[in-house]
Ligand binder design. Structure first.
Ligand code: HEM
Length: 524
């Protein structure tokens, strides 16, 4: 009797869930079928086809791009459909809209660390934060950040030189080394704190950031760890708790020290020239702007400041590291481009391989600008971004009911053969105004676009140019001796990487499972 009642109970629960699910997604299911997509199976959708490893996800998505001829398609992750917008006119429609700015899944997985900071918030809260943070990227403050970038990249170049001298064939895994540069830059520009990762100094803060940055993609890409109660039963939950406590503790002290410092040296105003007093002031940190901020008549709370500095650190170091890594990689694989980029540097700096570039010099490196655009077209640091339709909406001729999840596959958009001829060729000139086939803005959007574009774009470009300028001047870049794989092979999902070759996968940023080996030979 008990067995019978138990079975009926379980059956009842399943039926109830099925009815609730159908009711919730009924309209979505009706409309989603208007898009093409891979064949799905009940409950699991396309999860099995997507694969179970981060490199498999990327490979299979690349296969789908080809299967659907770089037209929009949907994928079901379990019971939830995601529409992948591979056609740039749809991307333009979403990113130019002031209403399709809403973020939900998977951004909510970042709440434990980033709270409702600029990256993850919506609506009025987002607008207030955007207004608050925009002045932190005023060119006067960027010039202050540039001093940090120059000083840190100088130390980093010496690290590369030592590592290359000590390794066979001067072969280095740059994926392993570059994050040490970008974490130093972000900690000093965000909080005014030197952590000296370039020198290999252990740091509680860097360790905690590393833990938190790993947990987010683990959860985003795992059906089970996305579920809160399941995640709470894993060791990762406790690692997250410990890392957050460490960051908060360190952060409380940094804020206290910084407040005291600001009482002695008030921050510079964007409108005034630097005078004798302000020139003695320590370098401006992003934190200073937050500590002196006033939002609707109130100062920011500790939690508000923690969220924003964390967002700045999360968004600002791994993304930039990925762009530097693939910039160096592409230069190593295309000697023609490397020569042109090096010649441009020689025109500015002569034979001086160590001098720090000035802000104005960095604004006048047109060929390096093109190299960076082309690198980010092929290897965008942030491969996928997401939006959720906040209301029933029309995407050009397609109707999307409220709650539809949209993916903008930045990695893929830039490879679309309908927009780029020979898309797997590394040809920076395609972005030059003089090129016959001028690129449409929405064909490649590594920094996103529109209202929610990357607020740190200018910061990132400055850092990228500083380091690429120094690397180009100091080293000749060459592919790993055993690697045969060219860029077209990397973008071919059927290619199996061999020794010293890269194997792409998606974390939150783009990475290689096998590292990114490149030879760095000191120029004479
Ligand atoms: C090459 C380096 C970078 C790339 C490719 C990049 C790319 C992006 C992309 C694609 C977005 C849109 C995210 C989304 O819609 O979910 C974004 C947003 C954002 N980025 Fe970056 N980013 C870079 C560097 C930086 C840096 C250095 C900072 C800070 C110092 C930063 C701060 C932010 C913030 C705060 C947002 C959220 C903006 C908002 O929603 O209003 N990023 N970035």
């Amino acid at each position: 009797m008990f067995d019978f009642l138990f079975s009926v109970g379980i059956l009842g629960i399943i039926v109830l869930f099925a009815i609730l699910y159908r009711e919730r997604y009924k309209r979505l299911i009706q409309h989603i079928d208007k898009f093409k997509g891979p064949k799905k199976i009940p409950i699991l959708g396309n999860v099995l086809q997507l694969g179970f490893t981060p490199d498999a996800y990327l490979k299979n998505v690349m296969k789908w791009y080809k299967q659907f001829d770089y037209k929009n398609f949907y994928v079901w992750i379990g019971p939830i459909p995601f529409i992948l917008l591979v056609e740039s006119k749809f991307v333009e429609h979403v990113l130019s809209s002031n209403t399709l700015t809403y973020k939900e899944d998977p951004y909510y997985l970042m709440y434990p660390w980033l709270g409702r900071g600029l990256l993850t918030s919506n609506g009025h809260q987002w607008l207030l934060r955007r207004k608050l943070i925009t002045p932190s990227f005023h060119f006067k403050i960027l010039k202050e950040f540039l001093q940090v970038m120059n000083e840190t990249s100088g130390r980093f170049i010496e690290l590369l030189s030592r590592e290359a001298a000590g390794s066979k064939d001067q072969l280095l895994d740059i994926q392993n080394l570059v994050p040490r540069l970008t974490i130093d830059v972000i900690c000093e520009t965000a909080m005014g704190t030197k952590v000296n990762s370039v020198e290999g100094q252990p740091s509680e803060i860097v360790e905690a950031i590393g833990v938190l940055c790993n947990i987010i993609p683990e959860r985003v890409l795992s059906c089970l760890k996305r579920i809160e109660w399941f995640f709470m039963c894993t060791p990762m939950y406790w690692q997250q708790k410990k890392a957050l406590a460490t960051l908060r503790k360190n952060f409380a002290k940094i804020i206290e020290d910084r407040r005291r410092l600001l009482e002695t040296f008030p921050p510079i105003s964007n409108d005034t020239e630097e005078d004798e007093f302000t020139s003695k002031r320590p370098k401006m940190a992003f934190l200073d702007n937050l500590l002196t901020a006033d939002v609707e008549g109130k100062p920011l709370s500790f939690e508000d400041i923690f969220e924003e500095v964390s967002t700045f650190m999360f968004e600002g170091h791994d993304t930039t590291a990925t762009a530097i890594i693939f910039g160096i990689y592409c230069l190593a694989w295309t000697p023609r481009v490397q020569k042109l980029a090096y010649d441009e540097q020689k025109l500015i700096f002569g034979e001086d391989s160590n001098r720090h570039p000035t802000y104005d010099e960095l604004q006048n490196m047109p060929y390096l600008d093109l190299v960076i655009k082309e690198t980010l077209r092929i290897f965008p640091s942030v491969p996928f971004i997401f939006r959720t339709a906040p209301n029933d909406t029309h995407l050009l001729d397609k109707f999307l009911p409220k709650g539809t999840a949209m993916v903008i596959p930045i990695f893929g958009l830039g490879h679309n053969p309908h927009n780029f001829d020979e898309p797997t060729e590394f040809r920076p000139e395609r972005f030059a105004n003089t090129d016959r086939t001028k690129v449409n803005v929405f064909d490649s959007v590594p920094f996103s676009a529109g209202a929610r574009n990357c607020i740190g774009q200018k910061f990132a470009l400055l850092e990228l140019k500083v380091i690429l300028s120094k690397v180009l001047r100091r080293f000749q870049l060459l592919p790993a001796p055993l690697a045969k794989q060219n860029i077209a092979d990397i973008l071919n999902p059927d290619y199996e990487p061999g020794k010293q070759e890269v194997k792409m996968y998606v974390s939150i940023t783009l990475k290689s499972l096998t590292g990114v080996p490149v030879r760095l030979v000191e120029r004479k």
